[in-house]
Every structure is written in C-alpha cells, then in structure tokens.
Ligand binder design. Structure first.
Ligand SMILES: [Zn+2]
Ligand SMILES: [Zn+2]
Length: 316
C-alpha cells in the first residue's frame, strides 16, 4: 500500500506491507489525513518514532469481506482495556498504551491503518471529511471544559494564535461570557473572528484578572504571561508541550492560589457533539492546502512553513 514513513528520513513509499488487525481491532481504509505539529517534530527526530506517520484521519472501517463500511474517526491512544486507568475510562492515560503514528503503533498516513474497535467513532453523514479530520485537535480543545467546567459568566484569555489556540478560543467562546485570543500574528488573529470572540496582539495592553487562561503559545515564555493575567483563585490550562525547561518563579501561583493544570487529548464524542451544535464554526479556515499522498514530501514542506493544517488525500 501507499504510505508515508519516517525511518532515517521522511519518505513516501508505494509498496508498504498492509497492517493486520489484531483481535478486537479493525482495519480502516483512510480517506484523508492531517499533518500535525507532532508529525513535524517526529520528522526532526524528537520522539524517537520509526514507522508510518500520522494520527489525524477520516476513513472507512473495512468490513470482513473487505468492502468499505461506516465512516469513522479514531482516538489515537490504543489502551490495554484491562488496567485500573482503563477501568476508570482513562485509556488516554493507560500505562501500556501505544499511540497511533507516535508511539509503538504505525500511523494513518497510509491506505490502511489499524486501531481497537473501541477507539472508532462514527462520523455523522452531514459532517464533511474536511471538518471531521480536525476532530483530534478540536477534541483537545474541548478537553479543557471536561477538566474545568465553566458556569458561563467567566472571562477567559487564550494565549497563542496557532491552530490549537484558535480551536480553544472558538470552543471556549461558546461556554464563557468573554474570550480574548492573544497572538503575535495579525493575519492569524484576523482569521479567528467568530461569535463574540475578541482578539488582541501580544504587545497590546491586556486587562489581567481572567478567570481562566489557556496557554497555547508553544513557547516557554507563555506560562509566565498566563500567571500575570490570571486572577487570584483563577485557573491556567497548559496546552503547550514545551520541551525546554521553564525558568520562572512559581511564587505568584502560591500567593494567588492559582490552579494550574495540564491538558492534552480529549474525547472525540465531545468534539463531534460540539460540531453538531455549532455547524457554523469556521474550521475550514484552518486548512491551508491538500496534496495527494504521493506528494507527501511537498505537503510536509508546506506544513512546516504554515501554522495552518495541510491535508493528505489518500483514498476515495
Ligand atoms: Zn495532532
Ligand atoms: Zn490500560
């Protein structure tokens, strides 16, 4: 099958062996895959992953007779299903998990990928592939509300105008009284406008005292800024996985009794429910380009130069 792999280098291969579904798993015929920042990091060698890349996809379950079945998206963490964390519904934190295209499991930038049946979520017919393929980062934005439910009266600041920052701002703007997205790029902020969402440039004065600050800048400096902007007894959601160590004083966190929480993957059901509720959410604005899978190298090149999403068309 056609596949995009990373071994010593990023390569498109036309003749990769197809994966076998283990018991309880399914084969999926991938239609569209998204290139994520994580994929770009893997290609730089950061995570030590070797194999087929990709964890964001829409595809069709392959029926036992090989024909395409239901259109699905798939949660990326393949959990063991039997440990304590799995029993608590926290398969995303199963210590034995493998992760699609990231850790110990071949990914979805291929004509076929495999995942546990329990990971697959049916996509409603009315939801186009180009919206459904963004379900993984969208659900990661919804995760903030699962961890930190809002009452509706809150003032929220989202730091960072990349894809995840925009998605967090859009999701939170449907749950809080006031949301301000803060970024460094006027052209990205101009893309963000939806509902009541406000935007501000990072060097503009921003009133502190937010009830919730989401740190999605992708830089180590973002946390210090988040602490400055958070009110006493407020909360900070950390969305950036910054590899560099932070150097900052945590005294204000103690003095102001700030709740600081890390936030990563969400549940796809939450993302799909949100999309069904807000069909006018402007997700298409996040898509920069699409390429056929055999032009994956060009696609990765473009993805490295944009903060927007580049898609790979894989199957019909
Ligand atoms: Zn991703
Ligand atoms: Zn487990």
């Amino acid at each position: 099958m056609k596949a995009v792999i990373f071994d010593e280098a990023l390569r498109y291969v036309p003749d990769q062996a197809e994966p076998e579904a283990r018991p309880g798993w399914r084969r999926i015929r991938v239609t569209t895959a998204g290139i994520c920042k994580t994929d770009l990091e893997i290609v730089k060698g950061y995570m030590g992953f070797r194999g087929i890349l990709g964890h964001e996809f829409v595809g069709r379950i392959e029926a036992p007779d090989g024909r395409p079945g239901a259109r699905v998206v798939g949660e990326i963490n393949a959990a063991c299903g039997v440990c304590d964390r799995c029993a608590q519904g926290l398969g995303r934190h199963c210590p034995k998990r493998s992760t699609l295209g990231i850790f110990n499991l071949d990914g979805c930038m291929a004509e076929v990928c495999v995942l546990p049946a329990a990971n697959l979520v049916k996509v409603p017919d009315e939801l186009p592939d180009d919206r459904a393929v963004l379900i993984e980062p969208l659900s990661a934005a919804c995760e903030i509300l699962e961890q930190h439910p809002l009452r509706g009266s809150e003032r929220v600041i989202v730091l960072g105008d990349g894809k995840l920052g925009l998605l967090c701002a859009w999701v939170l703007s449907t749950a809080a009284a006031e949301v301000t997205l803060v970024g460094k790029h006027p052209e990205k902020l101009a893309q963000a406008g939806w509902r009541t969402l406000r935007t501000a440039l990072a060097d503009e004065p921003i009133a502190p005292g937010a009830d919730l600050v989401v740190e999605a800048t992708g830089s180590a400096a973002g946390l210090a800024r988040a602490i400055e902007l958070c009110r006493p007894r407020g909360a900070i959601a950390l969305k950036s996985t910054v590899a560099a160590p932070h150097q900052l004083s945590l005294a204000p966190v103690v003095i102001n009794e700030i709740t600081l929480f890390g936030s990563r993957c969400g549940q796809f059901q939450d993302g799909l429910a949100w999309l069904a509720r807000y069909p006018d959410a402007p997700l298409e604005r996040l898509i920069a380009a699409r390429y056929p899978i055999d032009q994956a190298l060009e696609a990765f090149h473009q993805a490295a130069g944009t903060s927007l999403k580049v898609l790979l068309d894989i199957g019909g």
